[in-house]
Design a protein around this ligand. Structure first.
Ligand code: BES
Ligand code: MN
Ligand code: ZN
Length: 504
């Protein structure tokens, strides 16, 4: 993983706020007439600049609101930013903490600041599970993730630089400094894991191939003592009966790979938690070719795999005391003379046969065999992560991942983890009534059917996951950004990491 930002946490910094040198000073301001101690100190030093802004109605200190003060002659910091914390003593919600932490991150990266000083009075939550530690974890993730730049394939003169190098944080808190520091670090490591996933997502399809994912996983395993990696090529997969996975790469010159990473942080015989990622390094649709307009975005079709590789590094860095298996099912989906054709029937590793009616519904084909393969680890739970359907964007947009599961307890654990880690998912049903949409006249099951595209895709997967508690995350909308900010988002590394942290 790349080098981290330097983040430090102190308790008594508020005393020296005025005198401490920094490129940016970020302070928390409460709504209402009375300034908190921190903002009162800065207000006094800046000739009443904060009170003036509030009086003119330019800054109300609503949760997550941010403002810049130009007059800062009285303080050592170059720039001052105000962050709204809402009403004093008001109980902040989880969403409020998300807004506050992104406002802080935005302010610190707005100008070319390289050092930041953040001072906040928090410590008044009514909501359960919310505390200063959870806030600092969010802030750590948000700062580290924002520090990401992608420049692997740019000319030197076009390389972007991340200016922010170090941030000192002081929050008034009743919790121990040791605990707060630990949470900040956990958050930061999650941010690093997101950045690993973003790098893999952003690399073009001609670089990030199944073999590239395999070598990246191998070198990650070399860096961590408890992490190991095994890669299966086409010959070995053929022997294991993975014709369904292999059918997806038939039209491609790139060799398909099944990557198996094992992290042993728990006792030897402890059953592992498993995460399984879709790693289609480019999805043309195959013979059921996609339209050209946004086909370039199909280099992001390996984001499920990237989140697995990122999360395996997070758990290794955090040395979680549990066992975890990370599987990546990787292929390139191309048309070609050997490509799978609509109507072709293949046999899965599970023995069930599949009629491939649409070669663009390929993610479920590689996952079917990977989900059968993972049985050999006798996993406690299995979560697969896939950019599986365009339909999930129609249902939930770009902010929320789709979650489907055969086990309510696992579903709840994942939904909770998503909220905690600011990486939310929402559950869709996979009731039996949807299963008949996959009936085929020529095989045990068809690979498409029905109108509820996200749900029937999950129903397809559910045919291969009957022997363990399983959940499926459809991240087609959340794993990458569109438009001007086009690029990997690093999601759902926070959700997966949080789930595993909660299990450890
Ligand atoms: N990788 C795509 C899903 C996707 C679409 C991801 C848009 C990100 C943005 C997947 O392999 C696919 O092509 N799914 C088809 C399924 C259909 C043929 C049943 C889809 O969603 O259109
Ligand atoms: Mn497809
Ligand atoms: Zn795909």
């Amino acid at each position: 993983m790349k080098k981290r930002l330097t983040l430090t946490l102190n308790q008594d910094l508020s005393k020296n706020l005025v005198k401490t040198k920094a490129d940016a000073l970020v302070i928390g301001v409460n709504e209402g007439r009375v300034l908190n101690t921190i903002s009162a100190t800065i207000d006094a030093a800046t000739n009443g600049a904060i009170k003036k802004l509030i009086k003119r109605g330019e800054f109300e200190a609503k949760v997550g609101q941010a403002s810049y003060i130009a007059t800062n002659d009285g303080v050592a910091a170059e720039r001052i930013y105000l962050i709204g914390l809402g009403k004093s003593k008001k109980s902040l919600s989880n969403d409020d903490l998300d807004k506050i932490s992104s406002a802080i991150t935005n302010s610190l990266s707005a100008k070319k600041s390289s050092s930041g000083l953040v001072s906040l009075p928090l410590s008044s939550y009514d909501a359960k599970d919310l505390n200063d530690s959870s806030f600092l974890q969010k802030l750590g993730t948000s700062l580290e993730s924002r520090a990401y730049t992608y420049d692997a394939k740019l000319n030197k003169k076009n390389k972007s630089v991340n200016h922010l190098k170090k941030v000192s944080i002081s929050i008034e808190s009743n919790e121990s400094v040791a605990k707060l520091r630990k949470s900040l670090r956990v958050g930061q490591v999650i941010g690093q894991g997101m950045n690993v996933a973003k790098d893999l997502a952003n690399l073009p399809g001609n670089v990030c191939t199944p073999s590239y994912l395999a070598s990246t996983s191998r070198s990650a395993a070399n860096k961590f003592e408890k992490l190991s990696c095994r890669v299966y090529g086409e010959k070995e997969m053929k022997k294991m009966g993975m014709d369904c996975l292999l059918s997806v790469g038939n039209g491609s010159a790139e060799e398909s790979k099944l990557i198996s990473m094992t992290y042993q942080g728990g006792k030897k015989g402890d059953r592992p938690y498993a995460i399984v990622g879709k790693g289609i390094t480019f999805d043309t649709g195959g013979i059921s070719l996609k339209p050209p307009a946004t086909m370039d975005e199909m280099k992001f079709d390996m984001c499920g795999a990237a989140s697995v590789i990122g999360t395996m590094q997070v758990v290794s860095e955090l040395k979680l005391p549990i066992n975890i298996v990370g599987i990546v099912a990787s292929a390139e989906n191309m048309p070609g003379s050997k490509a799978t054709k609509p109507g072709d029937v293949v046999r899965t590793m599970s023995g069930q046969t599949v009629e491939i009616l649409n070669t663009d519904a390929e993610g479920r084909l590689v996952l079917a065999d990977a989900l059968t393969f993972v049985e050999r680890f006798k996993p406690k739970t299995v979560v697969d992560i896939a950019t599986l359907t365009g339909a999930v964007i129609m249902a939930l947009g770009y902010s929320t991942s789709g979650l489907m599961s055969n086990n309510e307890e696992l579903a709840k654990d994942l939904l909770d983890a998503g909220v905690k880690a600011s990486d939310k998912a929402w559950q869709l049903p996979i009731w039996d009534i949807y299963q008949k949409d996959l009936d085929s006249n020529f095989a045990d099951i068809a690979n498409i059917g029905g109108r509820a595209g996200t749900i029937t895709a999950a129903c397809f997967l559910s045919r291969f996951t009957e022997s363990y508690p399983w959940a499926h995350l459809d991240v087609a909308g959340t794993a990458s950004y569109k438009g001007a900010a086009k690029g990997g988002s690093g999601r759902p590394v926070p959700l997966l990491s949080q789930y595993l942290i909660d299990k450890a």
